[in-house]
Design a protein around this ligand. Structure first.
Ligand SMILES: C[S@@+](CC[C@H](N)C(=O)[O-])C[C@H]1O[C@@H](n2cnc3c(N)ncnc32)[C@H](O)[C@@H]1O
Length: 266
């Protein structure tokens, strides 16, 4: 079984795609020296540490995975920085942050409306929230096409048919805008980018294994039990598919669709 606690030790090293997109989220949010900041779905805390370097205010990293928070507490020690285990929709913060930073986590909020309500409540009036997350059902054609090979593999197809995708994706910036507006935010910016980066097939596999695998190989999202050999065979099939996606130079153009959204609490 693979979940975020299980992948936490290799997440910081292999989450290349999440990190580069995060730079654009920093540009959108423009964190100042006085801001109190909540980093939701902070993972191993590498970006939370970066946030703490930008502000002298309070910084809290929140994550639903105990393994991720353990790793974050081990790795990051800044004054004013703390980490908490918890799910976004269960937060009880009231008007105590100026900024909510949410990088590569929003897609995991299966029921985003209660999550957004809790975020709005956590912000002070005028506070801002920024997200960067995969968007569109075909959020990464490379990943979707590789997983399609799993669907058609006779060793895996029966169990894979019982997989219920845990992610939340919308197809247009307007749909994301509406979702935030329904939660009482004023949306200042919403766009979906098609981001292409070049990698070896092994790197693409490591990127897959540092994020998407926490859904595809997690018993929680299957109706049928998945045995140890299922995960091994699944990984083998996607690894081979990424190798087949390489062009003549031996590299893969990895495509991701990403929503970048900035909203303000009136
Ligand atoms: C792909 S990681 C992103 C980590 C970090 N923000 C980064 O960009 O490197 C997604 C994180 O969201 C967390 N997560 C998923 N659902 C959550 C929820 N409902 N509440 C809080 N955290 C959640 C996961 O445990 C995981 O650590």
């Amino acid at each position: 079984m693979t979940n975020f606690s299980e992948i936490s030790s290799r997440y910081a090293k292999d989450s290349l795609v999440q990190k580069s997109a995060a730079d654009q989220l920093f540009d959108l949010l423009r964190i100042t020296e006085e801001d109190d900041v909540l980093d939701i779905g902070c993972g191993t805390g590498n970006l939370t540490g970066k946030i703490a370097e930008k502000t002298g205010g309070r910084v809290v990293g929140l994550d639903a995975s105990a393994g991720m928070i353990d790793e974050a507490r081990r790795n990051c020690g800044h004054a004013g920085l703390s980490f908490e285990i918890g799910s976004v929709d269960q937060m009880r913060y009231v008007a105590c942050f100026d900024v909510i930073f949410c990088n590569s986590a929003f897609q995991w909020f299966k029921d985003p409306q209660p999550a957004l309500q809790a975020c709005r409540q956590a912000l002070r009036p005028g506070g801002r929230m920024g997200i960067q997350a995969p968007a569109l059902q075909r959020y990464s054609p490379n990943f979707i096409d590789a997983v399609d090979k799993v669907r058609h593999d006779p060793r895996l197809s029966r169990q894979f048919a019982s997989f219920q995708p845990p992610w939340f994706f919308l197809e247009t910036p307007e749909q994301y805008r509406l979702l935030f507006e329904q939660a009482g935010f004023a949306v200042r910016h919403a766009r979906i980018d098609r981001v292409v980066s070049s990698h070896t097939p092994a790197e693409v596999f490591r990127i897959f294994d540092s994020g998407a695998a926490a859904g595809y190989l997690n018993q929680e999202f299957y109706r049928l039990p998945i045995a140890g050999e299922y995960a091994g065979a699944f990984r083998e099939v996607v690894q081979k598919a990424f190798a087949e996606q390489a062009t003549a130079d031996g590299r893969v153009d990895l495509v991701f669709h990403r929503i970048f959204l900035l909203a303000r609490k009136p």
